[in-house]
Write a protein that binds this ligand. Structure first.
Ligand code: 6GU
Length: 245
């Protein structure tokens, strides 16, 4: 199953190099993913190609105007061959959104059509969100200058979950966050480097012991660095409501 992303942005040039390399670049070349960047300014009608305006009620900064965004979204939706069930996921990248995590990445990796709108300035005219039925997503509790890097974060995180995108099929289910814990430490040759040794157990060839050591390292690291993940995991495993905040 292939996924198509339509990304509406005022900086389409930001995407070409980042999305042309590595796993995402390979997925695009092999037809597993399609990434279509749309320049919002192509949907303006005035000679200044303006996409923003001052906020009603006053205050600093500018706000995305509704008209170019509605036109861009409707154009994208009309160009793409609709799915049988008409399903399209529409996402606005803004710091006000639902915080992205691996469960949301997995959910989005089930979709075949994802339209993304990259935010800037003080945000969007609220009618864009209501009238076009967008969901808002943030990639974390810090502020970036625009939604382009967050959109690329989403594309990367989604594409690498698609069957066939990674070299090794097991890779994506064994890594950090997939099991609610952080990765265990990894080593490769040589067995000793600048006086630093690879733990004996990894050289032992005893697979049961290696598994046990890795599980224990994962848990220890998670407890030390990210106690919040373990609390969520316990809540989930005891069947209580998962804390979504
Ligand atoms: Cl989606 N946009 C911006 N501008 N800043 C962010 C973000 C998004 N997520 C975290 N910070």
């Amino acid at each position: 199953m292939a996924v198509r992303f339509d990304i509406i942005t005022i900086f389409p040039g930001m995407f070409s190099s980042a999305m042309g390399e590595s796993i995402v670049g390979r997925a695009v070349k092999s037809g597993l993913a399609e990434i279509n960047c749309v320049d919002l300014r192509d949907f303006t009608e005035d000679r200044y190609r303006s996409i923003d305006d001052r906020p009603y009620g006053g205050g600093p900064g500018m706000v995305f105007k509704p008209e170019p965004v509605f036109d861009a979204v409707e154009s994208v939706l009309s160009e793409v061959e609709p799915l049988a069930d008409g399903r399209v996921r529409k996402i606005i990248l803004t710091p006000q959104g639902r915080r992205l995590d691996q469960p949301l990445m997995r959910e989005l990796a089930q979709e075949e059509r994802i339209v993304m709108l990259c935010g800037h300035y003080e945000g969007f005219d609220e009618r864009i969100i209501e009238g076009l039925d967008f969901e808002e997503v943030s990639i974390g509790d810090y502020v970036l200058s625009g939604g382009e890097l967050p959109a690329m974060v989403l594309v990367d995180g989604i594409v690498r979950l698609l069957p066939g995108a990674l070299g090794h099929p097991e890779s994506s289910s064994r890594e950090s966050f997939e099991n609610g814990v952080l990765d265990y430490p990894q080593y490769t040759r040589p067995p000793e480097y600048r006086g630093l040794k690879v733990p004996d157990v990894l050289l032992s060839g005893n697979h049961a012991e290696i598994e046990q050591w890795r599980r224990q390292q994962s848990l220890e690291r998670t407890r030390e660095r990210r106690g919040d993940l373990l609390e969520n995991k316990e809540l989930q495993e005891t069947g209580q409501e998962h804390d979504k905040t």
